[in-house]
Design a protein around this ligand. Structure first.
Ligand SMILES: Cc1cc2nc3c(=O)[nH]c(=O)nc-3n(C[C@H](O)[C@H](O)[C@H](O)COP(=O)(O)O)c2cc1C
Length: 180
């Protein structure tokens, strides 16, 4: 199984990118995970949706090649960051590689709500007609990392045991969903 991982934050040492790296390391025997960057994608322009710039074409082809997609989102102003929404808008028009794609949503924030609002919005976006992803059900599978600054150590490792248990259980559910 090959998983494309997208972080909704493009900053260096983003907790959400670190979370993806944690999952990559912990599940390296079960699946390959590649972090696909979205920071070079131009702003979505509907006039270009059928013949997008090369960087967008290559992003869409990359996503199409993977068995599943894992999205780790921060929360910006109670919703998903614009940079993540922008990437999903490109994926939703012209060639639409997300349709039916197994997707898992996770997220980390420094607040006590742990991206709850952002994840709810993201799930709604992922069910829009142009995306129509096959999203892992949240029941028992939510990964809402609160107070991220206390859960990752100085080297960027997710060290909080209780959080790691939640991550492992949810990612295992995703693995089972994708592999029947
Ligand atoms: C523009 C902006 C808006 C934010 N809004 C929220 C918010 O609504 N809820 C929240 O929990 N954290 C919010 N935060 C704090 C983020 O949780 C924090 O910056 C987090 O580290 C971002 O994820 P990252 O580490 O992956 O970049 C906001 C941060 C920024 C820069």
């Amino acid at each position: 199984m090959k998983v494309a991982a997208i972080a909704g934050s493009i900053r260096e040492n983003s907790y959400n990118t670190l979370l993806l790296e944690t999952i990559k390391e912990r599940f390296s025997e079960k699946f390959d995970l590649d972090i696909i960057k979205i920071d070079k994608l131009p702003l979505f322009n509907q006039a270009e949706e059928l013949d997008p710039p090369e960087v967008v074409k290559s992003f869409k082809n990359q996503i199409a090649d993977y068995d599943a997609v894992l999205i780790s989102t921060p929360e910006y102003n109670w919703s998903v960051p614009g940079v993540l929404k922008n990437s999903l808008d490109w994926l939703s028009r012209g060639e639409r590689p997300m349709i039916g794609k197994p997707v898992m949503v996770v997220g980390a924030s420094i607040s006590l709500m742990g991206t709850l609002r952002a994840q709810m919005d993201l799930r709604r976006i992922l069910s829009a007609p142009g995306i129509s992803a096959n999203v892992l059900e949240p029941a028992q599978n939510e990964v809402l990392i609160t107070q991220a600054h206390e859960k990752f150590d100085k080297n960027g490792k997710l060290t909080d045991e209780a959080t790691l248990k939640v991550v492992d259980r949810a990612v295992n559910s995703f693995y089972e969903m994708v592999n029947g």
